[in-house]
Design a protein around this ligand. Structure first.
Ligand SMILES: Cc1cc2nc3c(=O)[nH]c(=O)nc-3n(C[C@H](O)[C@H](O)[C@H](O)COP(=O)(O)OP(=O)(O)OC[C@H]3O[C@@H](n4cnc5c(N)ncnc54)[C@H](O)[C@@H]3O)c2cc1C
Length: 386
């Protein structure tokens, strides 16, 4: 699946213009009001951003993974909250249906996802099950042709905006094999949202608990129709999601580097631009080299991802995805830290974008699997391979 080259060559510059002319100027508003303005959300719908990864037959644009990382790099060059409005739709929220859903599930949900009519979120994490996601406790008990769900999901991105959740719950015994993925409509009786989490950064993104008290969901809402496959679906979804977080990290690093270069040219001390000092140049050079290394890695893994059979899991590619997430998210943390340093005291003041990017970047090495989880995946796979 991919968009033809000619159309993609139009899409990418259009998106770059949208980021530069509409999103970057709205960053201060976002920071102040903690909300993405409604007119920008409408513009995102009109541009088809909610359906970037949904196949054309379901009304989307149908980007390949290699095209998707290029798009995410551009979106990474502004506040992450803008991408977050539709990010769970094209990413972890709906990919489970796309990868493993039945034909009926795809036909029912994907066109609404692509148009932006339906926002979907991904609900795996729980209060006692984060990194150890396979130990999740949310129960789904069969009752006739329905399942009855009870439990709490934590830190769910876009939950306050969601019309439905891809939600993992336990239908069987302990461990990964007892987990199923459900499509749970947000309006289901017994489903409640917690209060919005107050976060360190990424203002304008919305996360909260999703609480399930005797929520009845048709058995037909199990993704793929077969119980016990949900953990595998979740891991496949996260593979693609992690690669996109890596691309966003590279885009954000490039923006921080641009801000830092500009400041280094403008700011004068000791009678000259601070950019003329070699110690400042060294920081810029380290950031540039690390950014290029990270971005090359992301593009390489994306190509391999596109080369594998559609929707199949491949431990070698998962390992490479983890290398990309580990490197790119740690890299943007270092680039953001240097960005603040280059700005001196101004880097600590909210007026300069690097101050908030420093806080925004911190999340990237936590969600969709911490750096430590990526290390575990890489280490485990290296020991398994010949
Ligand atoms: C803003 C935000 C948005 C999020 N959005 C979503 C979402 O949309 N959907 C969703 O399902 N989840 C979401 N999450 C949850 C996120 O994926 C988890 O927070 C993350 O996976 C880590 O889990 P945890 O917070 O429980 O940390 P823990 O698992 O408690 O980890 C704590 C520390 O221990 C380390 N650790 C744990 N196990 C090991 C081990 N075996 N070896 C070495 N170190 C280990 C971790 O790396 C970490 O440093 C979000 C989180 C945040 C903060």
């Amino acid at each position: 699946m991919s968009l033809d080259a000619e159309s993609f060559d139009i899409l990418l510059p259009t998106l770059q213009r949208f980021v530069n002319e509409r999103l970057v100027p709205a960053e201060n508003h976002l920071e102040e009001h903690d909300e993405v303005p409604a007119d920008l959300i409408e513009a995102m719908k009109e541009m088809g951003l909610f359906g970037l990864t949904v196949p054309e037959e379901y009304g989307g644009i149908g980007l390949s993974v290699s095209q998707e990382v290029l798009v995410n790099y551009e979106l990474g060059r502004t506040a992450p909250a803008f991408r977050s409005v539709f990010g769970t739709n094209i990413g972890i929220g709906s990919q489970g249906i796309l990868m493993d859903g039945t034909p009926e599930q795809k036909a029912t949900y994907l066109p609404k996802v692509a148009s932006g009519e339906l926002i979907m979120s991904f609900a795996l994490t729980e209060p006692d099950a984060g990194t150890d996601a396979a130990s999740l406790k949310t129960r789904a008990e069969l009752d006739g042709d329905h399942y009855v769900l009870n439990g709490t999901k934590r830190f769910i991105t876009n939950a306050p905006r969601a019309g439905a959740f891809t939600l993992m719950a336990r239908t069987g015994g302990p461990g990964a094999g007892g987990v199923s993925s459900f499509i749970v409509p947000a309006g289901s009786p017994g489903l409640k949202l917690g209060k919005n989490d107050k976060k360190m950064g990424q203002r304008g993104t919305k996360t909260c608990d999703v609480i399930l008290e005797n929520v009845r969901v048709p058995a037909a809402n199990i993704i793929g129709g077969v119980p016990g496959q949900g953990f595998k679906t979740a891991m496949k979804v996260l593979d693609r999601g992690r690669l996109n977080i890596s691309a966003v990290s590279c885009g954000l690093a490039s923006r921080i580097l641009d801000e830092s270069r500009r400041y280094a040219r403008d700011r004068k001390q000791f009678g000259k631009a601070i950019g003329e000092f070699q110690l400042i140049q060294a920081m810029l050079a380290d950031s540039q080299a690390e950014l290029l290394a990270g971005w090359s890695l992301v593009k390489d893994v994306a190509q391999r991802f596109d080369g594998k059979p559609a929707h199949a899991s491949d431990p070698d590619i998962s390992m490479r995805v983890s290398c990309a997430k580990l490197f790119a998210t740690e890299m943007v943390g270092r680039v953001a830290d240097r960005g603040v340093q280059i700005h001196g005291g101004a880097g600590y003041i909210n007026e300069y974008p690097v101050e908030r990017f420093y806080r925004d970047a911190r999340l990237l090495r936590l969600y969709e699997g911490t750096t430590q989880v990526q290390q575990l995946i890489i280490g485990r796979e290296l020991l398994r391979q010949d």
